[in-house]
Design a protein. Sequence first.
Length: 300
Amino acid sequence: RSHSPSQIPVAVQCREAQLLVTVHRDLFGNGRLVSAAELSLGPAACKHSRLDPGGNTVTFSAGLHECGSTVQVTPDSLIYRTLLTYEPSPGSNPAIVRSNPAVIPIECHYPRRDNVSSGAIRPTWAPFNSALVSEEKLLFSLRLMNADWSAERALTGFRLGDVLNIQAEVGTQSHVPLRLFVDSCVATLSPGAEASPHYAIIDFNGCLVDGRSDATSSAFVAPRPRQDVLRFQIDVFRFAGDPRNLIYITCHLKVTPAEQSPDALNKACSFNKAHNSWAPVEGTRDICSCCELGNCGSAA
């Protein structure tokens, strides 16, 4: 059952010094309302700050550094991460359970690039922002899609044997035409591409290496619907010997001018088992030959 727009299961507002998380009590869209006491925020298990009986929502308000959240500093952003946890209370009959616990990752991203003018010290310097007026922020997105790619898939569970439809996209607004590539994707059991254990899905500047594994059909979808969209399908997997069922997928997306020909550093290559060879979504086949070598150079 789908939620109406006013009943998004979890809505996050990233404010200057705090994050607001609003949870609809019909969390799973099945009509069964969770109780506020079954919800908590962060490793510190912070409780809700507001309950709206009329709208059936539970709101958490927390400072960016509260409730055990973590912060990652990248060249462009500060990324605050925390978790919303649903832990169902035991029913009147402890021998059976009606619902599973759930953990929902929450992230707030804050751009680091802003006006850092040293005008007070060196009055002759122009404010840094003046050099960025014409620079456009590209809005990258990575979404799980339904079977026919017509809409985003509801965040329900997956089973082994299912296929993940993943759509990468960049919003270009008034920018010159761009072609989107997925440089790399790594699956981990905790946030961040460097976490261990990790499994490379896409590597070597656009080689879908998961499709090289036995008994997988993982591949990029060709042709693209648009140059600024790239789709790929991944056979569902889990990490062996680990009971956790929540898997994080971290991808690095990039763009080139649409008129630029794909090359070894800018490509989308899938492995074709029938022909035992790599093939690109666009461009000449030779740009994929480095996928087999496991080394496609670097952009440096």
